[in-house]
Write a protein that binds this ligand. Structure first.
Ligand code: SAM
Ligand code: SF4
Length: 474
């Protein structure tokens, strides 16, 4: 959506920030909840309303175990009520780890001379994608350091290369991006390559901490980063993802920062961000941070439940930075996407030796299960693993928003599409035991379907998949 200049102007240079630290701190100081208040706010969210900064501050200040359990229960209920049982699967793919910045927390920072720097082009990139396709992936997020080598044309070319790789039954149907901020012209070039979501994490919304941890390079400019996704919107990339790297500054402040960012998008573009990510700092080569803000598992799971309630319409992404037990708890709060079979080493997917080595990756991961293991576990827990890309293919932008806002959308589209993409996976990549578990779940879900005509269509499509037709969706 292009806005008239007199209403709101996004110049191609840093603009006035929309994060007001005093505003956030005032709310955090004054909002201390009673049990009744917590319940009232949870009900507001269950009514599908986004929470205000004030409501969220009350939840963030809830410390009694009973209140925290009610908040978590609220998030579980919201998930059940709105999102159902699907979990979308993706994999990150590191395209290049040259970086001109010096982020204190990142193993790829320029000052780390022991890191082997590589850029995947042509053959190397194709090999990685082929391996990911062989594992069963259909959705990738391409990740890049911030470096003059990785300009908009380079990113667009790598996206186009990925889409062209087709191995056996495999293909990548949606490519998302996590890369540095660009100007509007740059974003237009990247948009034309057919990307899904463009993610830029602010890392910390606290200006002083931001300056402290971004020691040199372009990333030192807080406002340039804060307005990155405004420029993306101006380039008509309306599918954007925000995030905080938890552990750099106080977590309550950061949740409020995320929510303020959401408010900003709603106010200016009439659409919120597509996804929110909440990575937690992991060990990295030469990690150089003040450890006093590292966040405990208890606070982390609580904050994810609060985020779910605060922005009930947004997709939430959980990554393999977290160990399986934390992933399992948080998934109950309505996470919409997780990665599976993750490897964040350069050329990591096609490598034979899979051992983690800190001098070869940006940070350490805690969940190195294969995609098949993750899928088996999801099936055991009653989730439907999904590789669906239908909304993106049909031009229905904001897949997670559709699920939330259109009554019946999940039953009519998301669930059947999840079943179809799961069936493709079972036919093409699964071991006999996963296949058996997968089809048992599909049978169960078919039995539960109430709309007979839709069920009939779905059964017909499933039959076509068994006859080797692919890429069928509603
Ligand atoms: N270079 C781009 C940038 O900085 O925006 C690409 C992103 S970086 C490769 C992906 C994300 O990883 C960062 O935005 C940051 O939040 C996260 N990250 C960096 N170091 C990390 C660490 N030690 N532990 C966990 N996440 C980390
Ligand atoms: Fe570079 Fe991104 Fe790592 Fe910072 S977080 S050093 S910008 S790759």
């Amino acid at each position: 959506m292009i806005l008239s200049p007199e209403k709101y102007m996004i110049p191609d240079k840093a603009m006035k920030p929309f994060i007001d630290e005093d505003e956030i701190n005032d709310y955090l100081k004054k909002c201390h909840p009673t049990k009744e208040k917590v319940r009232e706010i949870i009900q507001k969210s269950l009514g599908k309303n986004r929470l205000s900064l004030e409501d969220t501050a009350y939840l963030l200040n809830a410390n009694e175990p009973e209140m925290i359990e009610e908040i978590k229960q609220g998030a579980r209920e919201l998930k059940k009520k709105i999102y159902g049982e699907r979990i979308v699967l993706f994999a990150p793919l590191y395209v290049g780890n040259y970086c001109a910045n010096n982020c204190a927390y990142c193993g790829f920072k320029a000052s780390n001379k022991t890191v082997k720097r590589e850029t995947l082009i042509d053959k190397d990139l194709i090999e990685e994608v082929e391996q990911l396709e062989d594992n069963g992936h259909k959705r990738l997020i391409l990740v890049y350091g911030e470096h003059p080598k990785y300009d908009a044309n380079f990113i667009a070319e790598s996206v186009q290369t990925v889409y062209k790789v087709k191995k056996g039954m495999g293909e990548i149907r949606r490519v998302n991006i996590n890369a540095a901020p660009f100007d509007i012209e740059g974003y237009k070039i990247i948009k034309d390559a057919g990307i899904g979501t463009y993610q830029v994490f602010q890392e910390t919304y606290h200006n002083e901490t931001f300056k402290k941890v971004h020691q040199s390079g372009k990333k030192r400019d807080y406002n340039w980063r804060l307005t990155a996704l405004d420029r993306a919107q101006e380039a008509l990339i309306d599918d954007v993802g925000i995030g905080v790297l938890f552990g750099l500054y106080k977590w309550r402040f950061e949740v409020m920062g995320l929510l303020r960012h959401v408010n900003h998008f709603e106010a200016v573009y009439n659409i919120g961000p597509h996804t929110i990510s909440f990575p937690r700092i992991q060990n990295a080569l030469d990690l150089d941070i003040d450890k006093s803000n590292l966040i405990s598992d208890d606070d982390f799971t609580k904050l994810v439940a609060i985020l779910r309630l605060a922005v009930p319409y947004t997709g939430m992404i959980l990554t393999a930075r977290e160990p399986a037990n934390i992933r399992n708890e948080i998934m109950q709060f309505g996470v919409s996407q997780i990665d599976g079979g993750t490897n964040i080493q350069m050329k990591g997917y096609s490598k034979k030796e899979k051992e983690q080595q800190l001098d070869e990756e940006q940070f350490a991961i805690n969940d190195d299960r294969s995609l098949e293991e993750v899928i088996q576990e999801l099936l055991d827990q009653g989730f439907i693993p999904s590789f669906c890309t239908a909304c993106y293919r049909l031009g229905r932008t904001g897949e997670h928003f559709m699920e939330f806002s259109i009554p019946g959308f999940i039953k009519r589209y998301c669930q059947p599409n999840a079943i179809l993409t799961l069936s493709e996976y079972l036919e093409d990549y699964a071991s006999p035991i996963t296949k058996e578990k997968g089809y048992l779940l599909i049978d169960e879900k078919l039995k539960e379907m109430e709309e007979i005509s839709l069920k009939k269509l779905l059964i017909e499509k499933l039959k076509l998949i068994k006859e080797n037709e692919r890429d069928l969706y509603f």
